[in-house]
Design a protein around this ligand. Sequence first.
Ligand SMILES: Nc1ncnc2c1ncn2[C@@H]1O[C@H](COP(=O)(O)OP(=O)(O)OP(=O)(O)O)[C@@H](O)[C@H]1O
Ligand SMILES: [Mg+2]
Length: 253
Amino acid sequence: MSRVISVLSGKGGVGKTTLVSNLGVALAQEGKNVAILDANLTGANLGLHFGLLSYPVSIHDVMNDDALLTDAMYKHPSGVDIIPASLSIEHIDAEPRNLRNSIDEFLGDKDFVLIDAATGLDRETLNAIDMSDEALIVTHPELPTISDALRTKTITEKKGKNVIGIVLNRVNRKDELNRDNVSSFFELPVIGAVPDNPVVRKSIEAKSPVVLSYPKHRVSQEIRRVSSHILGKRHIQEDNGGIVSRLLAMFRW
Ligand SMILES: Nc1ncnc2c1ncn2[C@@H]1O[C@H](COP(=O)(O)OP(=O)(O)OP(=O)(O)O)[C@@H](O)[C@H]1O
Ligand SMILES: [Mg+2]
């Protein structure tokens, strides 16, 4: 059975789509069968992160009962299956629909289905939460963003979903809040702290996730830390020459 994980936040623009695209590829690189689904019906852009610009069928058609989930699925060379939402203005008032039955029926062979949610706590987001069993919460390490994210965490848990942990994004040295502060605020583990770095924007512009364009970069390392956590693996801090990993392997850590 697939693990269906929604990626949520409180505020918008904090890095949900960036995390979904990179985590999807990182899990595929671990040999997992992964689909990523754009549930941001009014602000679709997941496909764009992969250069998927035009597509005949989208999640909107599935929600309208005009297509099956598998008709709206596009394979990326990384192995990830992308289920994009429509970019067309005609679809802007689409009704969100819980596609969980279709996910179970048509994506049952996937190890992971990652759902890129909309911002806030309106019906689009609540629907994304309803479709999933588990959730990740993305936030910047600043109080107003964290406080909004806390509301999302509370509602997600009230709906009986397991919130796996917090992914801090756009972290930099000047932040006043550290991982421990954030972790105790949410009473959840911080499972990744992605640095604020221009490679993220460059990769979006190049339509290729950071883990593909800059696999050794610290941003990619943190994304892999998140994927290791989800897979229940211990993450070994990488270094450019791979010395630490080789030493650890030698001593069978
Ligand atoms: N770690 C990072 N370092 C630098 N820039 C980043 C980082 N993460 C995200 N960004 C920038 O923030 C922008 C917004 O990210 P993204 O689209 O992933 O957020 P989102 O939460 O999905 O937004 P929305 O709520 O609109 O769906 C990106 O286009 C990118 O330019
Ligand atoms: Mg987004």
